[in-house]
Design a protein around this ligand. Sequence first.
Ligand code: ACM
Length: 544
Amino acid sequence: MTGLPVVPAPASIEALDAPPFRLTPDTVICGDAEAAAVLARLVATRTRGEVDPGTSIPAAPRAKRVETSARITLTIDPSTSSGTEDASATEAASGTGPGSDTPEAYALTVDEASIVVTGEGAAGLFYGIQTLGQLITRTRDGWTIPTVTISDTPRFAYRGVMLDVARHFHGVDTVKAYIDRAASLKFNALHLHLTDDQGWRLQLHSRPLLTEKASSTAVGGEAGGFYTQTDYREIVAYAAAHHMIVVPEIDLPGHTHAVSLAYPELCEQPVLSEHVRATAEEFGGGLPVNGTPYEGMAVGFSSLKIHDEATYSFLADVLGELAQLTPGPYLHIGGDECLGTSADDYAFFMARLTRLAAQTGKTPIAWHEAGSAPDLSPGTLGQYWGFVTPTDGMDEKSRRIVRGGGKLILSPADAIYLDMKFDADSPLGLTWANGVTTARRAYDWDPAGVIGGVEDEHILGVEAPLWSETVRTLADIDALAFPRIAAAAEAAWSPPGPASDVRTWESFAARVGALGPLWTSQGIGFSPLTEIAWAVDANTEGQS
Ligand code: ACM
């Protein structure tokens, strides 16, 4: 094992004490054309154009140069070893991500004369290229890549990030930029939280009033927005090109105040709890009134009508159209914080909702509260958002989902909710999940150590959510997500601690710190937390 700056840490990495590969104007990339274009762009970005792939690293090499130049070869070979003999490795180790038929393992060898990246599938080759990009180093000798052998495969099949586009809307370009960032850390799922009390963000032809009447505002009364179906398809296609699926969420039966602006007859009156009043006092936004936009930050006051058949016609339209629009295998149906719904009504509703979602041909995912409902559609997946040390029976609700045949996605809020503040003085972020937090807290946990009895085989994966009550721009996203998102990537991809001697905070902090120059070259406005020593590129001015 080495201290080379690969994040997430690979399954197997061996650095050799030998001269590095030098990236020069004569370096040639050959092999898979699509992958060559990805690597050429990455090299140009990282070297700030000093190694210009447009002219210096032709994707289609000229024969004479191939003979004389250092070469980078990119290939897909289905027999590429997964890099682990660990029998407990999940299905991810031997196969594909959740929404893709392209396997994710890769091998990378670098010596002085050549680099070879071999993906078990297109996704694996893409991940090998991301690893290679992290290894590009500016030394006194110019741009180099250290001599190394890597064999890598993910621990978990599902590695997600979630973006809340309901509290503040984030347009297509911002979503694409977040896909770029997430894919570079080997995440393969983008969960879009498309609806909440503050707005409905996806155009549906079966229910056009949703975006016509319920999308125009956001938290603080700021401008809202929505994705047309063309926008949504563009996001899905961009994600697919980066080996990511889109997991759309319609949060139900709570978090549905926005529905009351379009279909008031489907919604109960808001439940004005102490929490709702206290949140209005602290953060503003007023109290919710059905039929008018809600601009505050309270939760748990809204509910669809549970015993009205019109609700289920509405849901059949919404979920059916969403399933048609979404090639990925999952529909997220929410189910969290339904404080405006009685326990019996919640159980009744979730049984019907999960079946409606399953009838679309997709697998339903619900937040872990769904485990309190005894009759979910078999195989419904759960997303745990309690703390690393569970409270209030959240672990038991999650175990019930497992007993119902569903795996879990782990999003422990006090570890990897990316909207938790790490700077008490910043206007960005919230503190309810044991904030103010640290990067170390995002790192120091293991997915199999959160819920008693829930081991790797019960875990589909790990997801880092970013809620957007305080988040308006890509710069805000970067500042909150980076670097803590890298800790979530490592929890999702890398072998657990005992299997890997680099799964320590000290190693991670050093490896992440070394990525500072890469992130800067990519325009990622990360927060330079003082827990981490951030590298800068060596100054080679005046050197060759
Ligand atoms: C959640 O944070 N309410 C899922």
